[in-house]
Design a protein around this ligand. Sequence first.
Ligand SMILES: NC(=O)c1ccc[n+]([C@@H]2O[C@H](COP(=O)([O-])OP(=O)(O)OC[C@H]3O[C@@H](n4cnc5c(N)ncnc54)[C@H](OP(=O)(O)O)[C@@H]3O)[C@@H](O)[C@H]2O)c1
Length: 268
Amino acid sequence: MVKTAFIGAGRMASAIVDGLIAKSPDEKSKIRCFSASGTSATALSQRTGISHADDLPALLADAEVVVVAFKPQHLASADPRLAELTAGKIVLSVLAAKTVAQLATVFPRARNIIRTMPNTPSAIGAGITGWCAKNELSEDDRTVVVSLLGAIGREIEILESKIDGLMGVSGCGPAFVFEFTASLRDGGVAAGLTLEEAEQLAIETVLGSARLMARSSLSPEELRNQVTSPHGTTYAGLQRMAAHDIRGIMKEAVLAAKARSEELSRTS
Ligand SMILES: NC(=O)c1ccc[n+]([C@@H]2O[C@H](COP(=O)([O-])OP(=O)(O)OC[C@H]3O[C@@H](n4cnc5c(N)ncnc54)[C@H](OP(=O)(O)O)[C@@H]3O)[C@@H](O)[C@H]2O)c1
């Protein structure tokens, strides 16, 4: 009996499949995938041991949950048979900027539609996924959704009206953190370290600080204050960051990403 069917077998589908199998290896026999050319579906099934289907009816016949994991631009040309083939099933989409209403035109008879916004650390099980459901979820269906998204990290249920804002923080946030890390590294090079030394120090510092924030009950500001003595070294650096309005810059970055996400939802 196939429980979870993936339409699309690329990076995001792989991350979820890896997470599901890592959590319970027996799930392998209950997962099937399909992709347009068959290339990525064959590769995913060979790598993980899940099965793959050659067409949508074979993929979906006995599926309970359908994970939609192709590129957002392919939704408009999705196979019209999907309307019937997903009747009565839970459809969970990872398509960026595709609203529940847009998804409902392709999956009108689904039992429920879940719109999700994962982020790239999902690939190593360290993601944070925002999600919302079309209809109120039964307890059983909520367990299914939470367990599926839990396979790639943490999850947070959020109003659909806030998903574009979430995109600006957690969707695009990894790239903002990568950019910050590169800037910290470049600062180290300017301070006389080699590129390799500076990069290792910058990455480990971001990683360790993130772990500390996640474990601590203190806010980021309180943790910052703990390592900032008046007129000390950290204070000197923070003064420069404030002079360039780092907070204003980050707010602008998040709002620009949110605006672009809204625009993509309207126009795609
Ligand atoms: N990667 C991320 O970190 C990330 C984060 C958040 C959200 N997402 C979302 O995840 C989705 C997938 O992204 P990805 O990075 O996994 O893309 P990807 O690696 O390029 O994979 C796309 C997959 O879709 C398949 N495909 C293309 N057209 C199809 C169709 N008409 N029917 C069925 N399958 C089709 C491709 O199959 P073949 O190549 O075998 O034809 C491939 O398996 C996107 O909607 C994206 O918005 C991704």
